[in-house]
Ligand binder design. Structure first.
Ligand code: AMP
Length: 559
């Protein structure tokens, strides 16, 4: 029946490994990420486990590892681009006295410990070095999340931890660049070869740096400004991606340096421009998506049997990450004359490993200089340390954590005072609308507390002399801190109506008779907010139309 078989051919899915890999990775990662979220652990652990599930070491569907690895490379490019965008030389210089020697010393200690374990395991010197380095560098994602959750980023302790991490990142970038030539030389033999290879690599890196500093630094911002002036959002988004991927690709294909370094540099150049915030926003969704693929592909490499077969080396690996590194960091921070609390927080922040370790592992594996055992131990160590991190952080730094921004003691007292009056107003968001509302409330001498999520904006509100609670207003703790249970009125001045719905719901749960006024931008949002219990919803677009019509007969220039 030729007709039948022909139509079957059309109906049956043809061979589509790339689509299968992407579909499996995203779907399984979503479920594991959601599970991690419910269990209040880092979603990274969920994505890694998703990788294990679709990997070759567990039964069932097996995704294409080489395709996954290639997709992951895009994740690395975008992650490194993001690191570059946020890399601020000024922040680093502010804490350089402690961050630079601290990070270098800590890397040395962790690498030595790792190399020691590697020696016991009977691996080679280069393998030991990579193993140690992989254990020494903490994950930016995990660290920022831990600091964020305790509002520590804007404090001195937070700045030291972040600066320390930037130095670690820079050392890793260097390691990634040099590793291929070290590997090639170590496999081929003599010491002369190593020097030859190294100087060749450094020359190429130097060439790339020179080109970027002399040409890239002028051409890229110029091109981007041109694109901005076209007014096309799509073109801007495309330009950012073209810059990130193009520079990374050029670095790899023309100069033979890593994608990662190229992307880091592209990010750093854009980070200097006024457009960096928008660039970061535009790449964020794609970066998050590909970062998930990156974590999944790393999980695919992991053979879980290492947990049963090598329990002691695994224990030693986790101990180096969680205990060894922390003690070293604590000692170093104390030796530099900082107080106990700062030392504890810096040490606890860094007691984990993550994306850079995985990038090192992936490179070491592809260069065949890292034994499979070492790779599995690093991956297992990462998974365990990420899982343990919230516990470690709470145990070590928990009481040292700060709930509020600097000046927060004052804020707490003021909230008390406002609450003890007839009930204060809670204003959510200090943006375009919130700012105007705050000015009006102040003029009318209302007692009010601002809840603002963004650190910079919260700081601006404090500078304006307001009482501010920093955090997401959908969070019950944040609402409590703003004294919602004592408030009489809530004004939600954020643009996302659906997100505002969650705030309304939480606040209603806390105080049933709170009068809530919210802001919306579509009929759907208005309905949503009403359903969740807002007393009054003001739809921006309707108000604009109303005022426009009202202005028809009283034309007057706005200032
Ligand atoms: P705008 O879009 O200019 O009106 O600004 C809205 C402001 O609200 C921004 O400063 C946001 O950081 C802030 N914001 C948005 N969502 C939340 C939230 N869930 N909790 C607290 N602040 C928020």
């Amino acid at each position: 029946m030729p007709l039948f078989s022909q139509s079957m051919e059309i109906i049956l899915p043809h061979y589509t490994p790339l689509i299968q890999t992407i579909v499996a990775a995203f779907v399984v990662a979503f479920f594991m990420g959601a599970l991690a979220h419910r269990l209040r652990i880092s979603p990274i652990a969920g994505y890694l486990l998703a990788g294990v599930l679709v990997g070759p070491f567990t039964p069932g569907f097996v995704a294409d590892a080489s395709l996954a690895a290639e997709l992951a490379e895009i994740g690395v490019i975008l992650l490194m681009f993001g690191v570059g965008l946020h890399f601020s030389l000024r922040d680093l210089l502010a804490v350089r006295n402690i961050a630079v020697p601290g990070a270098v010393l800590q890397i040395a200690v962790a690498t030595a410990l790792g190399a020691g374990l590697s020696y016991v395991m009977g691996w080679g010197l280069v393998a030991g070095l990579i193993f140690g380095l992989a254990l020494s560098v903490a994950s930016t994602v995990v660290l920022l999340r831990a600091l964020e959750s305790r509002n520590l980023i804007e404090t001195e302790k937070g700045r030291i931890a972040v600066g320390w991490l930037i130095v670690e990142d820079l050392v890793m970038v260097l390691a990634l660049v040099l590793l291929p030539s070290i590997a090639a030389a170590s496999q081929e033999g003599s010491v002369d070869d190593i020097w030859l290879q190294l100087s060749g690599t450094l020359l190429k890196v130097g060439g790339f740096f020179a080109l970027m500093l002399l040409v890239g630094r002028r051409v890229i911002p110029w091109a981007l400004h041109w694109v901005v002036h076209t007014g096309s959002r799509e073109l801007f988004r495309l330009a950012i991606l073209a810059i990130a991927l193009g520079v990374a690709g050029g670095a790899a294909f023309i100069f033979g340096v890593s994608f990662a370094l190229g992307a880091f540099f592209a990010g750093m150049i854009l980070g200097e421009t006024q457009l960096s915030k928008r660039a970061a926003e535009e790449t964020l969704p794609l970066r998050d998506a590909f970062a998930v693929l990156f974590f999944v592909s790393v999980g695919m490499l992991f053979d879980p049997s290492v947990i049963l077969e090598q329990p002691l080396p695994l224990l030693a690996t986790v101990a180096i990450i969680v205990v060894g590194k922390s003690i070293a960091a604590y000692g170093i921070v104390r030796a530099f004359g900082h107080d106990n609390k700062t030392a504890l927080i810096v040490a606890a922040s860094l007691a984990q490993i993550g994306e850079f370790s995985f990038i090192l592992v992936a490179l070491g594996t592809s260069l065949t200089i890292l034994p499979a055992d070492a790779r599995d131990l690093i991956l297992a160590g990462a998974i365990f340390s990420i899982l343990l991190h919230p516990l470690v952080f709470t145990a070590v730094a928990g009481r040292a954590g700060e709930k509020k921004l600097p000046g927060s003691e004052k804020a707490a007292q003021e909230i008390q005072r406002e609450a003890s009056r007839s009930g204060h107003v809670v204003l959510v968001g200090y943006g375009r609308v919130g700012r105007l509302v705050a000015a009006g409330l102040r003029e009318r001498q209302f007692g009010f507390v601002v809840i603002e999520e963004e650190a910079d904006i919260a700081r601006a509100a404090i500078a304006d002399g307001l009482t501010v609670v920093r955090g997401n207003a959908a969070d019950a703790d944040v609402l409590k801190e703003a004294g919602v249970d004592e408030a009489r009125l809530m004004l939600i001045a954020i643009p996302e109506g659906y997100e505002a719905g969650a705030i309304v719901e939480q606040s209603r749960n806390t105080k049933t008779d709170l009068y809530i006024i919210a802001r919306a931008h579509s009929d759907g949002e208005v309905e949503h907010l009403n359903r969740f219990g807002a007393d009054k919803v003001i739809m921006g677009e309707r108000e604009i139309a109303r005022v426009m019509l009202g202005s028809l007969f009283t034309p007057k220039r706005t200032s």
